[in-house]
Design a protein around this ligand. Structure first.
Ligand code: NAD
Length: 352
């Protein structure tokens, strides 16, 4: 027997095609009459179209969301939120936009309706990472977790092929670490087991045809499962290393996760083989780490940290930073272990 605590799931989730049309009724259901719509500059046209469709319920659009939630952008957005008379935010986009919505919510008490358009998985979590002065600080707080998430398969059809692959591997990383999390529970493990074959089946199709609606639906469903895993159990070495590289070397979020994943999985497999069986069983390859590397290569994902502009001297520094704070991981490690892992990821070697 394995004892567990299941904390319950609090976020209301709407999943389907064309579901963005239900945004207005969800704002009203939360008791709000005016919402500020958020996006990146790139997705401003979609945010403006959503605001137009909301009519009097839209208090305006703030299209300045940026990667890693810079505090300076948040301060500008909070001022725009207050000036607009909104009491609620609608975050339309990937993790960057969701992060901005969370940063506004935690400062103002605003409710959040999130409409995710990537597979990064911030929408179901109580986690917020913010940057200022070149440093990224992450916290968990129940006030950060969005009230409503609207998954609309239609909005993912435009996600470019490269980002589709890396964002999906980013999601799988949440599922991978959830499988060995000390605070895992049967509901979360079942959701991860749902997600793995869904991603395995969808991604090769999307690599050939990013407009395949059935595959898009499968990938978004899997992303919801993995986002929930990230939101309700603890993460370990993989997320720590991705955070170090993204936070201190400004490497792109999804690509960093994608490249590290086979290596962090292989490293922890030595201590958590039974827990990681669902990955080995889903992706083949003889082991979970090798199976994920083969899958990443097959769907055209990047494999080498060297291609993100990192140098071997950067790896020395990253290994030192990763050791600074202690955190739970199924396999104990030294600075040398981390340096070796980073070297393998830098070269893009296939794990055994
Ligand atoms: P992103 O949100 O930065 O999006 C990348 C680019 O893709 C943006 O220009 C965006 O506008 C565009 N884009 C998004 N969806 C699109 C679509 N369907 N079609 C066309 N273009 C689209 O990238 P991301 O990987 O989703 O998010 C990364 C950020 O999210 C990082 O800052 C990371 O720290 C954060 N994150 C946080 C959590 C959490 O729980 N706090 C979880 C995962 C990620």
């Amino acid at each position: 027997m394995r004892a567990f605590v299941f904390p319950g799931l609090t976020t209301r989730v709407i999943f389907g095609e064309g579901t963005i049309a239900r945004t207005g009724e969800e704002i009203a259901r939360l008791g709000h009459s005016r919402a500020l719509v958020l996006s990146t500059p790139h997705q401003k046209p979609e945010a403006e179209a959503l605001a137009a469709s909301l009519g009097a319920r839209a208090a305006g659009v703030f299209a300045g969301a940026a990667m890693h939630t810079p505090v300076a952008v948040t301060e500008e957005a909070v001022a725009a939120f207050r000036a607009s008379g909104a009491t609620c935010v609608v975050s339309l986009g990937g993790g960057s936009t969701t992060g901005l919505g969370k940063a506004i919510a935690v400062r103002t008490g605003a409710d959040q309706v999130v409409i995710p358009t990537t597979y990064a998985g911030s929408e179901m979590t109580d986690i917020l990472g913010e940057t200022s002065g070149g440093e990224k600080v992450t916290r968990r707080d129940p006030a950060i977790r969005p009230e409503v998430v609207i998954y609309d398969v239609d909005l993912t059809l435009t996600l470019p092929v490269g980002m589709t692959a890396t964002s999906a591997l980013n999601a799988i990383a949440h599922g991978m670490e959830a499988l060995y999390a000390p605070d895992r529970n049967p509901v979360i493990v079942a959701m991860v087991k749902e997600a793995l074959p869904a991603f395995r089946d969808a991604l090769p199709v999307l690599a050939r045809d990013p407009g395949d609606r059935a595959a898009r639906a499968g990938a978004l469903y899997a992303a919801w499962c993995c986002s929930t895993a990230l939101g309700y159990v603890s993460m370990a070495l993989h997320h720590k290393l991705a955070h170090v590289l993204g936070g201190s070397f400004d490497t792109p979020h999804a690509e960093t996760h994608a490249i590290l994943l086979p290596h962090t999985t292989a490293f922890n497999e030595a201590a958590a083989r039974a827990a990681l069986t669902p990955i080995a069983a889903t992706f083949g390859g003889g082991s979970a780490g090798a199976g994920l590397w083969d899958f990443a290569r097959a769907i055209g994902a990047p494999l080498r940290l060297a291609d993100l502009g990192l140098t071997e001297a950067d790896l020395d520094r990253a290994a030192g930073i990763a050791l600074r704070n202690s955190y739970d991981n199924p396999r104990p490690f030294t600075e040398r272990d981390i340096r070796d892992l980073l070297q393998a990821a830098w070269e893009g070697r296939r794990p055994q």
